[in-house]
Design a protein around this ligand. Structure first.
Ligand code: TYD
Ligand code: MG
Length: 455
């Protein structure tokens, strides 16, 4: 492979190109924004020539054939992908180290190979022996997966051309390097150029591709994030190492809905699908303890019950702590202000900790009512009734606003055996109550306090 002639360090803020790396861009003066990039001639040598131009055609003349999907054998993964792995699609699988990315990819490979398809696993991080050990553990040691230890992007492309796999896994994108650039593997330039090379080849050969990427603890910018626009689907694996529960979330999907989640449990024999996420997330809920509230939240199209925990304790700091884990900090501050102002719950000299049990992250405002209930319960030292599920958005004047899909939230609560739902009054009107549960609409936070006997 010949060494590329020309690369430049290009500022990611303003586009200024410098011949060598600099800490600060001389043009716009931003720091740490210069990234090595292959210049057009070097890039042309490594990427296939563009296809001849196509004449425009009438949109009505385009025949839309169903995208060809294959089951990965992992139901929750199929679900997050939008109903299976689309042929020729590029999937970025991101997450913390040790969360289970390699395990998930190997399990998917095993199932695809089990269908008689050629599958290639490019091991950049681990030796084939290590992957074999993991495969044995997963019961896939004898499956027909092909494996190659490789870290040069150009060679990976050669392997793809030779093997013509239906799916290829690159574990991980940070270990790949292209000979077009001089910078070290894992740098933004290398990650981006190597991925671009693979993506164009996979697209040309209709090969489905999983790119595995580590999200750095510092905010996930240098790694997989720079690839998000390049790929069809971005999946992030979430969860904390202390829990066995893992959530796989689609944050971008050209072939399905985003914000769909899959729930897994890491066990002795790999990742198992969790059929009943609500039960899993509520498994260790303390009964009768102040500061615990059950929320019916929506994860994609699916209702899930989770426990919101709050701890309010006297602060010795001039500026008391507000520490929400799994919830938005700004939104939490707003809800605490509403509690203080509208409900006369004294919080200005109290530390407030919030946690979503099980390591889930919740971004929808429908969590407001449960957050308020949990904090008030802890502040008052009074447990909430154990059979109550809450959801609803809270506005600045303390009014409780309707949220989407009250019907499926209620049915999930009923299915899990909860006897009462406390929800926005606007949602309660016109909702056919499930016979297994009663519904109670609240118009504002004062109503909520009354219903929960926290006043
Ligand atoms: P891995 O897939 O290697 O994570 P990643 O590729 O995201 O870095 O999984 C690592 C963890 O999973 C490791 O701590 C061991 C654990 N694990 C199990 O608990 N059970 C299993 O069957 C396997 C394969 C791994
Ligand atoms: Mg790994």
């Amino acid at each position: 492979m010949k060494r590329a002639a020309r690369t430049a360090y290009v500022c990611q803020q303003c586009g200024h190109a410098a011949p060598r790396w600099l800490g600060q861009c001389p043009a716009c003066e931003s720091w740490g924004t210069l990234v090595e990039e292959a210049m057009p001639d070097a890039r042309a040598a490594s990427v296939a020539a563009p296809a001849p131009a196509q004449a425009p055609q009438a949109l009505s003349a385009v025949t839309a054939s169903e995208t060809m999907r294959r089951s990965t054998g992992v139901g929750e993964l199929d679900r997050v992908l939008g109903g299976g792995l689309v042929q020729g699609s590029i999937v970025l699988l991101g997450g913390d180290p040790g969360i289970g990315k390699s395990t998930l990819a190997l399990q998917a490979c095993g199932a695809l190979a089990g269908q008689g398809l050629p599958v290639l696993y490019v091991a950049g991080e681990e030796s084939p022996e290590q992957v074999r050990l993991r495969a044995d553990r997963l019961g896939l040691g004898e499956s027909g997966i092909l494996i190659v230890p490789e870290t040069t992007a150009e060679t990976v492309v050669e392997h793809i051309d030779r093997v013509r796999p239906a799916a290829v896994v690159v574990d991980s994108i940070q270990t790949l390097r292209t000979t077009a650039l001089a910078s070290a593997p894992g740098s933004v330039g290398q990650v981006r150029e190597s991925a671009a090379l693979l993506v164009s080849r996979c697209k040309a050969t209709s090969t489905a591709c999983f790119l595995i990427g580590h999200v750095t603890k510092e905010g996930s910018l240098a790694g997989p994030r720079v690839l998000e626009h390049l790929v069809d689907t971005v999946l992030y694996f979430e969860g904390d190492g202390a829990h066995a529960l893992r959530v796989l979330r689609a944050v971008k999907n050209r072939f399905g809905s985003t914000n769909e989640v899959g729930v897994f449990e890491m066990g002795e024999r790999g990742l198992a699908e969790v059929a009943n996420p609500s039960a899993a997330f509520l498994a260790e809920r303390p009964e009768g303890a102040p500061g615990s509230a059950v929320l019916a939240t929506l994860e994609g199209s699916r209702p899930v019950l989770v426990e919101i925990q709050a701890l309010v304790s006297r602060s010795s700091l001039a500026m008391p702590r507000r520490t929400p884990i799994g919830l938005d900090l700004g939104r939490t501050a707003l809800l605490l202000a509403i509690l203080e102002k509208r409900c006369r719950v004294r919080l200005h000299d109290q530390d407030v900790f919030l946690n979503v049990a099980g390591g889930l992250r919740i971004d929808e405002p429908a969590a407001d009512l449960a957050v308020i209930a949990a904090v008030a319960s802890s502040a008052r030292g009074k447990a909430l009734p154990g059979d109550v599920v809450l959801w609803g958005e809270v506005g600045l004047t303390g009014e409780v606003r309707s949220v989407a899909r009250a019907d499926i939230r209620m049915r999930e609560a009923a299915r899990q055996g909860f006897k009462r739902c406390v929800l926005p009054a606007g949602n309660a009107r016109g909702l056919d109550a499930d016979p297994r549960t009663t519904i109670r609409g609240v118009g504002n936070v004062a109503d909520l306090f009354e219903v929960l006997e926290l006043a």
